[in-house]
Design a binder for this molecule. Structure first.
Ligand code: NCD
Length: 324
C-alpha cells in the first residue's frame, strides 16, 4: 500500500502521519489552521484542552531526541492524554524481543497512538502497517527519509512571519541535504504550497544524486544561493550519518557555507533565519546570527507544540467517527 493510502482513510481524514508526500494542499492547510487554534492554548495560564482525555500515547524513540520528544510529550499532555515514554535502549528489544513483540505488548495495554523515531528509513511505515486498526502512528523522524511534523512546524513558523502567500517567497535550505530527513519533508511541503522558489545550497558531496527531482534549484555557492532569499533554513552537519570523508574540515565548511552577518547581507532585507536544531555553533552558523533579530529558531521550538497537538488531535478525531 502506498504511503498516501496508508496515512489517509477512505473519507480523506488523517489516519497516520508518516510523510508529507501523499498529502493534499488542503490537508496541510487544515493542519496549519488547527495548529493556529492551539497556539493560543499554549500561551494561556491553564494550558490544557480535554480533546484526548482517556487516550494513551506512547513515545517510542529508538534514536536520541530532545526537542522533538519533549514537544510531543507536552503536546499530548496539553490535549489531556496519558503519555508513556519508553526508553528503547533499556527495553526488552535489547533483550532479544523483536520490535513486533514489543508492539503487540504495548497494544495489549490498549494504547491509542505511537509516536515513532527510528534510525532506519521506513520504520514508521512498517509499524503503521503492523498495528491494530484503531492505533495511529506519527512519524517523529525515520532515517534520512522523512520528518513531517518538523516540516509542518517550519511551514507554520514561515506562515506566521511572512503571511499565507508562499507564492511570493524565495526559500533557501542550506547544508547537509544528503542526510536530512527534514529537508526532504520541507521541500515537499513548500512545493505543495506553491512556494515561489525553493533552493538547496550545499557542497556537491552533501547533495543527493537526482536532487533536481526533489523539486528545488541547486546551488553550490552560499552567497548566490541565499541572494534575495526571504527565508533561509540552515541544517546541521549530520556527522553520525556520514560514512567516509565528505568534507575537508568543519573549519573549511564554516568558511564556505557557515552563515554569518556579513554573508546574510545579500539576502532580502527582512530575511528570516531558521534551524531545526540542534545547532553546531561556529560550524553551520555564527552565534551572532543564531541569536540575532532575524532568527526565529526558538519560535520554531514553541510552534512544535501546537503543530504536534494539531496532528495528534486530527488523527484521533478521525477515529471518533470511524467504524472499525
Ligand atoms: C532534526 C532531526 O532529528 O532530524 N532535528 C530535530 O528533529 N529537531 C535535525 C537534526 O538532527 O539535525
Amino acid at each position: 500500500m502506498s504511503a498516501s493510502n496508508l496515512q489517509i482513510d477512505s473519507k480523506g481524514h488523517l489516519r497516520h502521519f508518516l510523510s508529507i508526500s501523499g498529502l493534499s494542499r488542503q490537508l496541510i492547510t487544515e493542519i496549519l489552521d488547527t495548529a493556529e487554534s492551539f497556539a493560543g492554548v499554549t500561551e494561556q495560564t491553564v494550558k490544557k484542552v480535554p480533546l484526548l482525555r482517556g487516550k494513551t500515547i506512547v513515545n517510542l524513540f529508538f534514536e536520541a531526541s530532545t526537542r522533538t520528544r519533549t514537544t510531543f510529550e507536552l503536546a499530548a499532555k496539553r490535549l489531556s492524554a496519558d503519555v508513556l515514554n519508553i526508553n528503547l535502549t533499556q527495553s526488552s528489544t535489547t533483550k532479544g524481543e523483536t520490535l513486533l513483540d514489543t508492539l503487540r505488548n504495548l497494544e495489549a495495554m490498549h494504547v491509542d497512538m505511537f509516536v515513532v523515531r527510528h534510525a532506519d528509513s521506513g520504520a514508521a511505515h512498517f509499524i503503521a502497517r503492523s498495528v491494530a486498526p484503531h492505533i495511529s502512528v506519527i512519524n517523529a523522524g525515520d532515517g534520512r527519509h522523512s520528518h513531517p511534523t518538523q516540516a509542518m512546524l517550519d511551514i507554520f513558523t514561515i506562515r506566521r512571519v511572512k503571511g499565507p502567500d508562499f507564492g511570493r517567497l524565495r526559500v533557501a535550505i542550506v547544508g547537509d541535504i544528503l542526510h536530512s530527513r527534514v529537508a526532504r519533508s520541507q521541500i515537499h511541503a513548500l512545493n505543495l504550497l506553491n512556494t515561489g522558489e525553493v533552493r538547496i545550497v550545499a557542497p556537491r558531496t552533501l547533495i543527493p544524486t537526482h536532487a533536481e527531482e526533489l523539486g528545488a534549484h541547486i546551488y553550490h555557492d552560499l552567497r548566490t544561493g541565499i541572494k534575495d532569499a526571504d527565508v533561509i533554513i540552515m541544517l546541521r552537519l549530520q556527522r553520525e550519518r556520514m560514512q567516509g570523508a565528505l568534507l575537508p574540515s568543519e573549519h573549511e565548511y564554516y568558511e564556505l557555507f557557515g552563515l554569518t552577518e556579513e554573508k546574510l547581507a545579500v539576502a532580502a532585507p527582512d530575511v528570516t533565519v531558521m534551524h531545526p536544531g540542534p545547532i553546531n555553533r561556529g560550524v553551520e552558523m555564527d552565534s551572532e546570527v543564531a541569536d540575532g533579530p532575524r532568527s526565529v529558531i526558538l519560535e520554531q521550538v514553541t510552534h512544535g507544540i501546537a503543530v504536534r497537538m494539531a496532528v495528534m488531535s486530527m488523527a484521533m478525531r478521525r477515529k471518533e467517527g470511524a467504524t472499525q
